[in-house]
Design a protein around this ligand. Structure first.
Ligand SMILES: Cc1ncc(COP(=O)(O)O)c(C=O)c1O
Length: 336
């Protein structure tokens, strides 16, 4: 597989580290490793930067001067897109949807939103349940009518071009494991708009590395989540010219850890944040990586990964903690 056939701009610090988690391994009774895609570098890092390497290359090829995308108020994708646009001298406009109903000032203005604006992006807010993709098309058309060259990135950067970033991650991860003589029995990560999982499924299939991959859902019910991943994996494989490589059975999601809804912190997610922070010094985010880790922790405790070496792909997002500070009581202060 020759990924250099596709235009790409280097935005991320790669390869990201693949590291053991000895204290969490002891806690959970499995051999747990972590792939640090929270350390991709751009504007505090995260999984979207890998996708943006391929998406922004397309934007540059079409001579774009304005990039548009959309997401939830505390969207990590929006923040990384704003940073990528800044780096490439393009304007960036972001449509933010209120998917949580939170009116807390930090939720509305701190964390990812603060960084969107520091990178020079403009933002527009919409109520939850709005047709965001349609709204973005209308905004793009209006800008085009004013003579702008607009490149539209779908929510989460999840299309076949963006998913190439996670095909690349699959190659990178398997290369690291092989170089270290490290057999991987399973990969676990948070799945949302589906590009991360679809890219990984496609990349692993393309290199004939049948490592079971488990996406822990953060929004959609299981059937819908798996259909989204499967559809994108097939389109990504088509783009790569290996359409027959991916199989429906490669796509597995567990959506038992979503809780009350997208962007709403869960008790298990907050426990996962505390465990990673206190045992390994690693920060998760309440919307995605904490729910992914909550699934990992619960399934490990139930014995699902017995005798396995599991790699948790950390997809980033910790800056979102500052938009969710109200979810955390401060035990040190309340005890005093
Ligand atoms: C921190 C984090 N983890 C995981 C995901 C899910 O990735 P994907 O949308 O590619 O499924 C996202 C998406 O926004 C994210 O921000």
């Amino acid at each position: 597989m020759h990924l250099a056939r596709f235009p790409r701009i280097r935005l991320a610090h790669l390869p990201t580290p693949l590291e053991p988690l000895p204290r969490l391994s002891r806690e959970l009774g499995i051999d747990l490793w972590i792939k640090r895609d929270d350390c991709t570098g751009l504007s505090t890092g995260g999984n979207k930067t890998r996708k943006l390497e391929f998406l922004m290359a397309e934007a540059e090829a079409m001579d774009a001067d304005l990039v548009m995308t959309q997401g939830a108020t505390q969207s990590n994708h929006a923040r990384q897109t704003a940073a990528a646009a800044a780096r490439m001298g393009m304007d960036c406009h972001i449509l933010l949807e209120d998917r949580t109903g939170y009116s807390d000032a930090n939720h509305l203005h701190n964390g990812n939103v603060l960084l969107d604006h520091l990178h020079g992006a403009t933002t527009a807010r919409y109520p939850g349940g709005h047709d965001m993709a349609g709204e973005m098309e209308r905004a793009a058309e209006a800008a085009r009518a004013e003579g702008r060259h607009v490149y539209v990135i779908p929510g989460g950067g999840s299309n076949p071009t963006g998913a190439l970033g996670y095909v690349n991650c699959a190659f990178e991860l398997v290369g690291q494991a092989d170089a270290a003589n490290l057999r991987i029995d399973r990969i676990v990560h948070a799945t949302g708009s589906s590009g991360t999982q679809a890219g990984l499924v496609t990349g692993l299939a393309a290199m004939n590395a049948p490592i079971p991959l488990l996406g822990i859902g953060t929004r959609a019910p299981r059937e819908k989540q798996e259909e989204m991943v499967w559809s994108l994996a097939q389109r990504t494989a088509d783009k790569l010219g290996c359409a027959d490589a991916v199989r429906r059975s490669d796509v597995v999601a567990n959506t038992d850890y979503v809780g009350d809804g997208y962007g709403l912190p869960t008790r298990r997610g907050l426990e996962a944040i505390a465990l990673f922070a206190e045992l390994e010094g690693i920060l998760l985010d309440p919307v995605y990586s904490a729910k992914g880790a909550a699934g990992l922790i619960d399934l490990a405790r139930k014995g699902e990964f017995e005798d396995e070496r599991v790699v948790f792909l950390h997809t980033g997002g910790s800056v979102g903690l500052f938009g969710y500070d109200f979810a955390f009581a401060d035990p040190a202060e309340t005890a005093a």
